[in-house]
Write a protein that binds this ligand. Structure first.
Ligand code: PMT
Length: 400
């Protein structure tokens, strides 16, 4: 049985932490809970104690056992720590090494793996201070449980809702699965993996460009899962708003041509390549030096083809296993099969981007994998972080 230390901080989503405690307990985790003073304005220690059947910790100075220093022992006891909900205030304290309560002192004093589930008003979340603090925590090794979009207590319908308890449990299940003997036995362990993610942008003039709605979420999730399975991962990313995944080298690019150059120069040393980026097929023929001014009548812009990166890789591959994607709105299977052959990929992972509830930008997607040997695997609709695990699980045995 794994030990989970749940740190609850002071936001309205603290009520969800009660459900999370229940779901973790039902999933056979041994859960202890720490609450900040502000969290106790929303929920009581007794609620967590009753559900988790374990002591609840609220103060660094209320030591339960004289033989140990509580905030140090607790961190060492845990196999993973989950901060849910994590307020902007606690995130800022953690990012700056402040230790002025039970939660922040425990987190500063431990090397146990940490997961963080932010929950707050959308403007607080998008504030560049908060984003900077989250980036700091990510580079310190925190695993990020991205907030969802929906109705927020402040009245906005936007990003900032704490990740759902069931999804957090699922993420922990995956984490422990990957970090046990399975990691050592993973096909990806010790492999060089390259992932492309996000959109490309193709400039027309100094202020305008052609791009698409790819968020990079799928590619970033794949990169993180690959690293957890022991691969050395290079992520070549178009412009996104995402926090870089842990233990992954990230190369930022903008245009299809830049992505092509970045991929081409690294391809030789790779064992496997995931082409999840939404690469623009066309770029304006000419990049104007100055901002295009309004004129009478319609405007016609001519476009040239960009390099087809996946096709190039298919033509130049040696030992590399090529995982291509296909974003389609119709005839999904026949277009995916066509891409499998024309790009000489080993598998094509197809999605229906005509469905606005999944695909581009959404946290969810649904994929079908078309293997070169004719095998077809349907993965169903899930969060992208879960789909990344299913994709890799499928490849574990089929990548020869
Ligand atoms: O980023 P998210 O918001 O998480 O969304 C995920 C996604 C929808 C972007 C992802 O699931 C996806 O479908 N990625 C591929 C998008 C795409 O460009 O598909 P395509 O069918 O146009 O291209 C087929 C393949 O060729 C892709 O692997 C693509 O990366 C590659 N390609 C395309 C054009 C080009 N010039 N060079 C390429 O390498």
């Amino acid at each position: 049985m794994k030990n989970i230390l749940l740190a609850v901080t002071g936001g309205i989503a603290a009520y969800k932490a009660i459900d999370l405690t229940s779901k973790l307990t039902q999933a056979d985790y041994n859960v202890r809970v720490m609450l900040t003073d502000h969290a106790q304005e929303f929920v009581t220690p007794l609620a967590f104690q009753a559900i988790g059947r374990n002591p609840v910790y609220t103060s660094t100075f209320r030591e339960h056992n004289p033989e140990e220093i509580q905030h140090v022992a607790l961190g060492d006891w845990a196999d993973a720590i989950v901060v849910a909900p994590a307020t902007a205030n606690t995130i800022a304290k953690l990012a700056n090494g402040i230790a002025d309560d039970m939660v922040t002192s425990t987190l500063l004093a431990t090397e146990t793996p940490k997961f963080i589930a932010p929950a707050m008003n959308v403007h607080m979340y998008e504030n560049k201070r908060t984003q900077h603090n989250l980036a700091t925590l990510s580079s310190d090794g925190y695993y990020f449980l991205e907030p969802g979009e929906g109705f927020l207590a402040c009245g906005y319908v936007a990003k900032g809702r704490m990740e759902e308890p069931l999804q957090i449990v699922e993420r922990l299940n995956q984490y422990f699965k990957n970090n046990t003997s399975a990691t050592k036995n993973s096909r990806f362990n010790g492999m060089q993996a390259l992932v492309t993610a996000g959109p490309t942008i193709e400039e027309l003039d100094p202020v305008r460009y052609l791009s698409n709605r790819s968020s990079g979420k799928m590619g970033y999730a794949l990169a993180e899962s690959l690293a957890q399975r022991g691969a050395t991962v290079t992520l070549i990313s178009g412009p996104t708003h995402l926090t870089p995944p842990k233990n992954v080298e990230v190369i930022q690019v903008e245009s299809a041509q830049q992505m092509f150059e970045a991929v081409k120069t690294r391809f030789d040393k790779m064992d496997i390549v995931f082409k999840s980026a939404a690469v623009s097929d066309y770029a304006p023929t000419e990049l104007l030096e100055h901002k295009l001014k309004k004129r009478q009548g319609d405007l016609t812009v001519t476009f040239k083809r960009t390099p087809d990166i996946l096709k190039y890789l298919g033509e130049h591959k040696d030992k590399q296993f090529l995982v291509g994607f296909a974003a389609e709105t119709q005839n999904i299977e026949s277009y995916a099969q066509k891409k499998l052959k024309s790009k000489n990929a080993d598998v094509i992972i197809a999605n229906n981007v005509g469905d606005r509830t999944i695909g581009f930008s959404s946290d969810d997607n649904a994929y079908t994998m078309y293997y070169k040997n004719g095998e077809t695997i349907s993965l169903g609709k899930h969060k992208k972080v879960i789909l990344a695990e299913h994709i890799l699980d499928s490849l574990e045995t089929r990548w020869k």
